[in-house]
Design a protein around this ligand. Structure first.
Ligand code: PNS
Length: 161
């Protein structure tokens, strides 16, 4: 689509949660296309491989306006190459703010034409994070309301249940 407004939504997605899915839907209210950008070199040691994280997003989000891609190196370079107008990040709590603010300013420094847009998730998903989902699943807790069924199944397999 010529002149399409592209939003890049980057993250580790280890794994994708209902909170991420909610943010993708919200981004589609102002973007023509959302590119979910899965970081290869996440600073954290991921539970799921890159291929698994990408495949789970593809299963959880089947909107034709959403592309799932992986990226290595700087997000600013990836977003520029993807023709993005905006980078989307979620803000759940004050504790997210400092890191997100620094990252937004650095990304603006690296790619001045691209704005970072912060979205607030649905109220009942604000407590949700991939790390909490991993922890709950690791100890056999019920995550069915927190993730897509394919993700729940993948977590059960990972933890041998
Ligand atoms: O889901 P996360 O782990 O909070 O996502 C963080 C991520 C992947 C968006 C961030 O670490 C990132 O952009 N990494 C790519 C490398 C980069 O551009 N770093 C400088 C950002 S200012």
């Amino acid at each position: 689509m010529t002149g399409a407004r592209v939003a890049v939504y980057p993250g580790s997605f280890d794994p994708i949660t209902r909170g991420h899915e909610d943010l993708i839907s919200r981004a589609l209210t102002f973007a023509d296309r959302v590119v979910v950008a899965v970081a290869v070199n996440t600073a954290k040691q991921p539970l799921f491989t890159l291929a698994e994280r990408v495949a789970l997003i593809q299963q959880a989000v089947s909107d034709p306006k959403v592309d799932v891609r992986s990226f290595e190196g700087l997000l600013a370079d990836f977003a520029r190459a993807a023709g993005a107008a905006v980078i989307v990040r979620g803000l759940r709590a004050v504790s997210d703010f400092e890191y997100e603010f620094q990252m937004a300013l650095m990304n603006r420094n690296l790619a001045p034409g691209i704005e970072t847009v912060f979205l607030v998730p649905a109220f009942d998903l604000t407590y949700l994070s991939s790390s909490l989902v991993r922890e709950v699943a690791r100890f056999g807790g019920n995550v069915s309301a927190l993730v897509h069924p394919a993700v729940r199944q993948a977590l059960e397999q990972k933890f041998g249940r």
